[in-house]
Every structure is written in C-alpha cells, then in structure tokens.
Design a protein around this ligand. Structure first.
Ligand code: GUN
Length: 757
C-alpha cells in the first residue's frame, strides 16, 4: 500500500439534536432512493455499505476505512464485545468509537447471527440492547430470532412472533439510541409481510431484513427478490431498509431498485482470505487471473502474479482492499443511477451477468396478474426465458400488489431518450406506469363524423413525426374530424395528439425496431383498451417519400375520403382560414389530451377549461403556452419530455373543477378516480404563508392528501378549508407524504399570494 499517501479526514459533524434518527430522501428513482440518515456521528448518505469489523480481527483498520475511503458507517458485533472481558471493559469505559478507533456511524449487531451459527447465546433481550446503548453505539440491534429457509412454516412463524414479542422491551431498553428492528419470515410471503407490518408498528429507526444470509449463500436470488417484494411494501417508508449480510456487489443494483438503503459486507474480508475477488458480475479466483477484472486504485502498481507471491497476510489485506474498492464502486454506480433515473436499467444490465440473478430479475418483472401487466403486448414478444419465469412463479396471482407498489412509485414522463434493451424494456416499471396512465385515461373522439369508424395507424419510423406530418394533419382534421391517428412505437400505440410524449416518442434503438410490421391482431387488442377495437385500421408506413399522398390514397381506398381528395386522388386545396381553424383544433386536442393523461382531468372538464382558448406557438409549430378565453396563461407543454407544466391560473381553474371533498387526513381508500382531477395535498397553518409565497412544502407540515399520488405528479396545495395556496410537484407517494418527517415533500411551482376558495 506504499504508493498511497495517508491523509486524515476530519471527524464528522453531529446532526442537529432534533434530527437525530431521522431519515430524509433527497433523490429517488421509483423505489430506489438517495437518503440521509441523521446521527450524532454524522449524516450518513445512503445507499451505503457498512463494512463488518470483527473487533478481534481487523483486516483493514477502521480508521483507514474512514480516512482513505470516506466510509461513513461500519457494523460490528456487540455480542463479541460483551463476551470478551477486555473489549467489554474498554468499550464501557471509553465507548465503542474509541475501542474501534472510528469516528463515523457505528451500528452493532446483537448476537442473533452467532445464535444461528453456534446455537443459543447466553445474553438477555434487554441486556444486549442496554449494553449497546451504554457503549455509545449509534444504531443498536435487538436480539431477533433467526428464521432459516429450511424451517417449516410453523417454525418460522415462531421466529416472527418471538421477535415481535421482544420488540417493545428492546425499544424501551434502547432509550435515545437508534434501534434496528429486524424482519424475519424465512421464504414465506405471508410471514415476511406479517413481520414487516408488526415490527413496523414499533418505534424502530431502521429495519434490517434478516435471515437472508443462507438464501444468498446458496445463490437463491429469486427467493431473495421475493423476500424483498413481500416485505418492503409493508414497512414504514420513512425508515431505511438494511439487507443484513448482503455484501456482494452483484446484488446491489437489484436491491437498490427494490428500495434497499443499507448493506453490510463481511464478504470483502472473507473472500479475500481464500483468494477470491468480488466483481459486479460474480466472483473470480486470484489463481486464475493474469489481468485484474477491474483495475482498482489499490492494485494500480501491481499484477495478479505479483500479488500471488506475497505472504498470506499481505495478500489477504491487499485483496480485502481490492474487494472493498470494487464494492464501493458499485454502490457509487447505483447512487449515480438513482440520481440519473436509470437504476432499473442498471439492474436489468447486471441481471444478464449471472443466471441466478437473471432468474430473479425475470421473476420480478414478469407478473401477469398485476394491474399494470400488459398482457397482449408481452404475449407474442416474450422470449422463452420470460415465459418460463412466468410459468415457474409458484405464487402467480399473489404478487400484484408488490409489483404495483413498484410501478406506482415511478415518475413519468422523464426527459432524455429511453435506450432499447430488448424485451426487458417493455417491463421497465416507469414505462408501465406511463402506459398505465395513457391506457386508463386517454379517450378517443366520440363524435359520429367522417372517419370515426377508422384508425390511421402510422408505423415504420421513429419520431419526431410532426415535421413530416405538419401539412397533412390540418387537412385530416378538417376533412375527417372523426378519424383517430395513432403511431406504433416499440412500447405501444401512441395517440398522435400526444406525439411528443416520453417514453413513447423517445425510444432509442436500431431502425428495425421501428420498422416492425404492425400485427393487426395485437393492435386490435390494444385498441380494445380504448374501446376502438371495431375501427377499420388503415396502416401507413411513415418511412419513404410522399407520405401525404400515400395517406390520402390509403384513406381513399378505405372509403374515408369525404372531400380530402378528388376522384383521381389529387388533393383538394384547403383555404388558409380553414387550415388555421384546423390547426387550432389540433393544438387544443394536444393540450386537452395532456390535461387528461397527465393532470387526470375528465374530457369534459378539460374541454370546458380550453373553451375559447388561444395558443402561443413557436416557429416550428409547437405549442408553447395555452391561454384561457380571458387570455390567462394556464399551461405549457414541455418540449423536453412531452409533459405539461401548470401555471397559477391553470391551478386556480383546476381547483374550481374539483367535485370531491377536501381530504381530511390520510385515507388509503380516498383515491381520486380517473378523470377526477389533480390530487390535493393539505398543509397546516404554519406552512400556509410559505406556500403562498411559492416556497416548498416540507414533511411535518402535511395534514392529509388524496391517496394514489406518485412522485412527479402535479398536485394542488390547499389549507384545511380546501382553499388553494399553491401548486407543485410531489416528490413522494401518498403513503410517504404521511410518514416522512424530514425533507422536501412537494416542490412548489407557484404560490397564490392569498388563499383562493
Ligand atoms: N446478520 C445476518 N442475518 C441476521 C439476522 O437475521 N439478524 C441479525 N440480528 N443479524 C444478522
């Protein structure tokens, strides 16, 4: 390690007293989150890896973890300290931070794992928690009862119940110290759920998922995924989740995508001891290597051959550094992916690197009974592996809530392109969330006029389409006002009125992806979601020259002509006045459909709001602003993602359209139906003046909200009397709005200056 200059890092600053134990989320991607856990030994940013330190054998000195790697937290074992007289006395006299020589967050385990390995431990339930408190740990762990995957359901139930039975005494013994409340339940879905629900009711600070070490050791990653999916939806969302004993970087992206915040690793040292190197795609043996799997800083000046020649202690230490560096690098990749909104894609990519991980990933993303499962689309496109994953899932039909929990936390639309990753793309949760909203809310034209029995299906080319169709669309609008136009995208049909909406409009992939010939049976099935299955489908290939005349010829041969063309299929000219009228209707439909899909307006409400409105259009013909009949700016379509931004005037108008009562608290059942408008978030008197001035809403000031809010949703901020104070973008689900105590809840986009009824 000689090439390194050792620099000392400053000791951490304690958190504010009032924040101790609080967890805030500063960035998220679906269920994955970047959090900050407030402790007296620093604010720990998550996802974080806690290296396991055995107080008797230190492969890497804790001080080095802090100074060189900036590791903010570690985990050690209070039972080992308690059992060894010398360690115990030193810890009681000087505190655990001095004993370990580490200034950051120290979590301790309780001896449960020792009881799993060696049989019973002789320490008492309250005794071990009090001991951890008295040696000054930051996060203690209660003595839970380990549930093994080979246990019967009855035995596991006993572990769950006994752990719950010990919970209150442990919480009482912990005093001011933060306490881990481990979740047990083996591989039984209902017992994991029961454990999560019952343990979640006590005043714990963190919830580790216990009993998973033997599952991971046997590479039963599908069971690992099931344990997560059975547990996490039922835990209080404002508490961090720790995957007990999970230190293999291969599992991080999937775990983070499912909501894990903390990991601990003994693997970096254990694997080093028998010459194994961790990588994000599995494990490799030093003896087989000529090159490093990843060139980490600690091996920059050496080769595997040179390391093989070191004596065993030096080799073990260097490999431990190597493993730790690889592990930390994968945590960093996960964190960046959460910030970038790409964590699911990272998990998807990693799933291809190990068969057991692939099996787990396919199991998660293949959930045919979920409300968001897009049966007709996946049916003919799936490869055998997905079909097999579905057939083998023994509990098919029982997991839809968990999958919906994942999908409901997704933000859409998102800016940036959506890279095609094969069939997996279709099951990305944020794509399913966007499709779900489109399919539930978008409505075709209902008028019985020319073209209303037909559907013009554009296919064969990626967007943007508007340049190629700018001449044609006003013509169709004028001559065939009942005709619907949809575009076939690789992730489903997109109404032309929403032609710039992400992700549909921005799938980045090879050309052939867009050139897929329409499968009319499949299309008809998708159309049935909109009640359009009986329409006459008129497919037209967008690629190639002369799109306008080809469309007109196709319409003519389908009998939907009515004045678009003459007998000989030549175009009937449109006067400027008629063209402008038609364009106006197209603009209105564009904004109206965005209000329907993204603001949850009913078609009549959106139509009423846009009655007599006008539009500001940029020089390439895209709507920039929608103005009401009184000339008030009410909304702006966003160019980057096809979304819609609300203005203060728009918020006022939508507030008045609400028919439901103001939410009186957090009622899971009070979900706005499709078409019932934007969700309301009710804030208390203290927050009111700030919101009126356009300041963000913080957790702790929220009295209630509608159920069913997703991160990224536009919402109206009201006081307890239902008066409008402002509008903004939620960073949370409704459940999270209820639970969190710290951090920004709603990013306010506009304050009303004074309350408006
Ligand atoms: N370490 C690894 N698994 C467990 C567990 O289930 N409980 C506790 N307390 N520690 C663990």
């Amino acid at each position: 390690m000689g090439a390194w200059s050792e620099q000392r890092r400053d000791d951490p600053q304690p958190c504010r007293d009032s924040d101790k134990g609080r967890f805030e989320v500063i960035s998220r991607d679906g269920r994955a989150r970047i959090g900050r856990l407030h402790t007296t030994h620093g604010i720990l940013e998550t996802p974080a890896l806690l290296p396991v330190i055995n107080p008797n054998i230190r492969t890497i000195e804790p001080r080095v973890l802090w100074d060189r790697y900036g590791i903010g937290a570690l985990i050690t074992n209070s039972y080992i300290i308690w059992k060894h007289e010398e360690l115990k006395n030193a810890a009681l006299n000087d505190g655990v931070h001095a004993l370990i020589d580490y200034p950051g967050v120290i979590m301790t385990d309780s001896g449960t794992f020792q009881s799993y390995i060696y049989g019973d431990v002789e320490v008492g339930v309250e005794e071990i928690v009090s001991f951890q408190t008295s040696i000054g740990v930051d996060i203690a762990t209660m003595l839970d009862v380990f549930s093994r995957p080979d246990m019967t359901e009855e035995e596991v139930d006993h572990c769950v119940e006994e752990t719950v039975r010990r919970a209150q005494a442990s919480v009482d013994a912990s005093g001011e110290t933060m306490l881990n409340g481990p979740i047990q339940g083996g591989v039984f879905k209902s017992l994991r759920t029961k454990s999560a629900q019952q343990m979640g009711a006590f005043d714990f600070s963190v919830h580790p998922i216990g009993g998973i070490v033997p599952i991971m050791e046997r590479q039963r990653y599908k069971d690992y995924a099931k344990v997560m999916m059975a547990t996490l939806p039922h835990l209080p969302p404002h508490r961090p989740v720790h995957m007990f004993g999970c230190g293999h970087p291969m599992l991080f992206p999937m775990s983070v995508a499912l909501g894990a915040d903390l990991f601990d690793s003994a693997a970096y040292a254990l694997f080093a001891r028998d010459g194994r190197l961790l990588t994000p795609w599995g494990t490799q043996r030093l003896e087989t290597l000529t090159e490093w799997p990843e060139r980490m800083p600690c091996v920059a000046f050496t080769t595997p051959a040179e390391v093989r020649k070191l004596d065993s202690d030096a080799r073990c230490e260097l490999l431990a550094h190597y493993n730790l560096e690889v592990t930390l690098a994968e945590i960093d990749r996960c964190k960046q992916a959460v910030r970038d909104g790409t964590i699911w894609r990272l998990a998807e990519r990693r799933s291809h690197q190990h068969p057991a991980l692939r099996e787990a990933f396919l199991w998660i993303s293949t959930n045919p009974h979920s409300a968001t499962f897009d049966a007709q689309f996946v049916k003919d496109m799936v490869f055998d592996d997905r079909a097999a994953a579905r057939d083998q899932a023994p509990n098919v039909g029982q997991w839809e809530d968990a999958w919906d929990w994942l999908v409901d936390a997704q933000e859409y639309p998102r800016k940036g392109g959506e890279p095609w990753g094969g069939e997996d793309t279709l099951m990305r949760p944020h794509i399913l969330a966007a499709k779900g909203a489109l399919q539930r809310r978008w409505m075709p034209r209902r008028s019985q006029t020319v073209g209303s029995d037909s559907l013009l299906l554009m296919h064969g080319s990626s967007g943007p389409w508007r340049d190629r169709l700018s001449d044609l669309m006003p013509r169709l609008e004028h001559h065939c006002p009942g005709l619907e136009v949809m575009i076939q995208t690789p992730v489903g049909l997109l109404p032309y009125s929403l032609e710039d909406l992400s992700p549909f409009a921005h799938i980045d992939g090879p050309d052939w992806l867009w050139k897929r010939r329409p499968n009319l049976a499949e299309i008809r099935e998708e159309l049935s979601l909109y009640g359009m299955e009986h329409r006459n489908i008129i497919p037209v290939d967008l690629a190639g020259e002369g799109i306008q005349s080809r469309v007109l010829a196709a319409l003519q041969s389908a009998g939907v002509v009515a004045g678009v063309t003459n007998e000989d299929a030549s175009e009937v000219p449109l006067t400027k006045e008629r063209r402008d009228e038609a364009k106006m209707r197209i603009y209105r439909r564009h904004v109206r459909d965005k209000m329907v899909v993204l603001f949850n307006c009913s078609v009549p409400d959106a139509d009423a709001l846009l009655e007599g409105c006008s539009f500001v259009v940029n020089r390439v013909g895209r709507v920039k602003n929608a103005l009401s009949s009184q000339g008030h700016h009410i909304a702006s379509p966003r160019l980057k993602d096809g979304g819609l931004s609300l203005t203060d005037n728009g918020a006022l108008a939508l507030h008045q359209h609400r028919k439901q009562q103001c939410p009186s608290g957090f009622n899971d059942q009070q979900r706005l139906l499709d078409g019932e408008g934007l969700a309301w978030v009710v804030v208390d008197e203290d927050a009111e003046p700030f919101v009126l001035q356009g300041r963000n809403v913080f957790h702790g000031f929220i009295l209630g909200c509608d159920a069913g809010i997703s991160p990224g949703d536009t919402c109206l901020i009201v006081n307890a009397k239902g008066a409008l104070l402002g509008h903004g973008i939620s960073t949370r689900t409704s459940n999270e709005l209820q639970s969190f105590q710290k951090g920004v809840a709603i990013k306010t986009r506009g304050g009303m200056k004074s309350p408006s009824q």
